[in-house]
Design a protein around this ligand. Sequence first.
Ligand code: AMP
Length: 510
Amino acid sequence: MLFAEVVETSRRISATRKRLEKTDLLAGLLRRLSPEEAEITVAFLSGAARQGRIGVGYATIREASQPSAEEPVLQILDIDHILSEIASVKGQGAEQRRRELLSAMLSRATKPEQQFLTGLLMGELRQGALEGIMLDGLAKASGVSPSLIRRAAMLAGGAPVIACALLEQGAAGLAQYDIRLFQPVQPMLAGSAESVADALGELGESALEYKFDGARVQVHKSGGQVAVFSRAMNDVTAAVPEVVEAVRALPAGDLILDGEVLSLDSEGRPQPFQISMRRFGRKLDVDSLLSELPMTPFWFDLLYLNGQSIIDEPQSRRFAELLKLTAPGNLVPHLTTGDRAQAEEFLEGALRLGHEGIMAKSPAAPYAAGARGQSWLKVKQARTLDLVILAAEWGNGRRVGWLSNLHLGARDTEKGGYAMLGKTFKGLTDEMLAWQTQEFLKIEIARDKYAVYLEPKIVAEIAFNEIQVSSRYVSGLALRFARVKRYRPDKTAAEADTFETVERMAGIKS
Ligand code: AMP
C-alpha cells in the first residue's frame, strides 16, 4: 500500500471530532493492510516508528530537508526499510550517512508525507489522539474484543507487535502473547486517592499495603535461574545480587514476582529514595555498596506460578499464593479491611515507620499490566511544614515587579540560624503576591540583582510531596514539589518547624 494512504487517513481522522468516525476510518485502513504492513502502520499511527529512536534529531531533519515530490510513490514498506537502514548506521560518518538516507527519502515524499515523517521522527505525533483509538480500530477491523487486544498488547509490549497476528488470525493469533518467563511485562500502575476514606469509598473492602519508596522490580525465576527487571523493564540483575539470592532460595520452581526493593537503616526504617537508588549506579558502586546498603525486597504481587500465568486471577488469590511462598520479612505489610478507622490506623503505622503512605487495592481485580487504573489507589499523606521565609526573588513575566519565589528555611536549633530547604512560587495568589511584596520590603536586610533578603520573621505553611537528599543546599535536604498553602501570621519564627523535625520526617534521624 502507498504510504500516502496512511498519511491521508491520519489527516481525515484528525479532521473529525467524532470518535466513531475516527474508529471507522482507522478500521477501514487496517483491513486493507497486508500482514507485513500492519505492524509498521499501527506503529506510525500510534506516533512512533517500529524501530524506536533512530538517532536523528531536529538538526539532522532540518539539514536533510528537500523540495517535495509531486506524486506519491513511496510504499509503506519502503519507508520502513529506509528507517531500519537509518537506525542501523553506526561508526564514523554516521551522522552524514543518516542525513543522506533521510534526504533521499524526503525527496521522494509529497508535502503531506514529509510533514507526517518529520512529526514522526521528532516524536510530535506521540500525543496524537490516534493512540487512544488504536485499540478500538483494531477491534473493529478484527472483530476481537478491545479488552483481549489491550491485554495482549500490554503483554507483548505494544499494539504494533500484535497487529499482524491479530489481523491475520483474529483472537487465536493473540494466544502467543501470554506472559512468559524472562520476558518482562509492564508493571501495573496506581491511581491516586486523596484520603483513606476516598479509597475505601471507591473500592469498598480493600487490600491495604504499605507503600514503599524504593525501586520497583519484577523478578523472574525458573529453577536456579533468576532475572531482575526494573520498572522500565531493563535487566538490573547484576545490581542486586542479594535479591537474586533471596529469590533463588524460594520454594517454587517457576515464578514471577512484583515488588519494591529498598535499603533500610539499622533500625529497619527506609532510607531516603536517592540513597536506595545509589545501588543502581555503576558496577563498581554495587560491589562497594553491597554491604553498606543492603537491599531488602518487599513483594506485593505474584504474576506467574509453576508454569502458569495467574494475572487474570483476582488480587486476593494472587496474594494468597504469594503468602505461601515468601518469608514474612520480604512480604509487604498488609491488611484487608473495609473499616475506615482500621484503615486510618494502618496508614498512620506506615507513616510512623517512615513510609510514603499506603496502597489500597481491589481484592477482585486482575493484574492489569501497564495500566494506571482505579484498581490500585495510592494514598499519600500530604505533608506540611511551617517554614520561615528567608528571602524572595523578583518575579518574571506576569509577576514582574512582585517579589515571588520564596526561599524557605527551617529553624536550626543545633547550629543556630536557618537551614534552607528549597524555593517555591507555587500556590501564591495575586493577593498573596501583592501582600508579600509590600510586607517583605519593610523587613528587607539586603538585596542583590535577584532577591531581597529578609529578617526571618514571616512563617508560611508549605505543602510538599517528599524530602530529598540533595547537594543543592548546605542543609543537604530539599523539599520536592513545595507549594505555599497559606501564611501563618499566628506563628512567630520561633514557633516554626525545626531542621531536626525535617530530618526525622526524611527518616534520617529517629
Ligand atoms: P507512584 O510511582 O507514586 O505512582 O506509585 C506507584 C509506585 O509505588 C509503584 O510503581 C511501585 O514502585 C511503588 N509501590 C510501593 N509500594 C507498593 C505496593 N505495596 N504496591 C504497589 N506499588 C507499590
